[in-house]
Design a protein around this ligand. Structure first.
Ligand SMILES: [Fe+2]
Length: 254
């Protein structure tokens, strides 16, 4: 969707902008620097979801405090930036061990979709088992930055199997800044192996879902920008199932 202003309307499902709760924005002014840039560069009906880091093994008091700060920050941003940008709060949940604590508290509001991540060295088998458990419990896992996992860098089409199970795949624009992950991120986006593109913005230096990133994406991918940054994210916020990967009709061999 393109607004009259020429700015792109997007839904950014993954960001670390809430100040001083995780490894994202460190101060309030750093946080508002990111949000001001989003307001200036994105279309007026764009949505930004705050997704602070959580872990299934974290202390309940830490979890509650982080959630409270995130909700307060959302209220403040709504006062200062709406209309102009819409805000939501969810979380990025690190899955480790057998606990599935905090799934309820971190899912995208009103949906069964939960943004999940693993340690980068997690095995393929462990990933399959853990994601299968979440699906059995009735959740829809959205896998954050698959480009960072060793099993995915070795065999990218494993994401096709995950999508058949009901998992979403979401590449972070932030990975394009890191030499270690940039090639896989580009390949996943180019091969249609990511449902969604998010910013995963941690600081004012990170990329946002603006026209500059769109032009960059179009150099290596024919998957429509709007599908990755608007239509698929909207399906998640509407609690719909995502299509099987790859998004492109043609399949490239690896
Ligand atoms: Fe993240």
């Amino acid at each position: 969707m393109q607004r009259g202003s020429g700015h792109l309307s997007v839904i950014d499902l993954h960001s670390h902008i809430v100040p001083a709760v995780d490894d994202g924005a460190g101060t309030y002014s750093e946080a508002t620097e990111i949000i001001s840039r989003m307001r200036d560069e994105l279309g007026a009906d764009s949505t930004v979801v705050f997704t602070p880091h959580y872990s299934c093994s974290m202390d309940r008091r830490v979890f509650d405090a982080r959630q409270r700060r995130s909700n307060q920050f959302q209220d403040r941003m709504e006062e200062e930036y709406s209309p102009g940008l819409n805000f939501l709060t969810a979380g990025e949940l690190m899955i480790r061990g057998s606990s599935l604590k905090y799934m309820e508290g971190t899912r995208y509001p009103g949906t069964g979709w939960v943004l999940v991540e693993f340690e980068t060295g997690v095995s393929w088998i462990e990933t399959l088992i853990q994601l299968g458990r979440l699906i059995k419990r009735g959740y829809s896992p959205l896998l954050a930055h698959p480009e960072r996992y060793r099993w995915c860098r070795r065999k990218r089409d494993r994401l096709i199997k995950l999508s058949r199970m009901g998992c979403g795949s979401m590449v972070s624009a932030r990975s394009l800044r890191f030499e270690k992950y940039a090639a896989t991120a580009r390949n996943l986006l180019g091969d249609g192996l990511s449902h969604v593109l998010c910013s995963d913005a941690h600081s004012p230096r990170d990329l946002i879902l603006d026209g500059r990133l769109k032009r960059k994406l179009e150099k290596f991918s024919t998957v429509p920008w709007q599908l990755l940054t608007c239509e698929m994210p909207e399906m998640i916020l509407n609690d719909n199932k995502l299509p099987e990967l790859p998004l492109l009709k043609r399949r490239k061999s690896q």
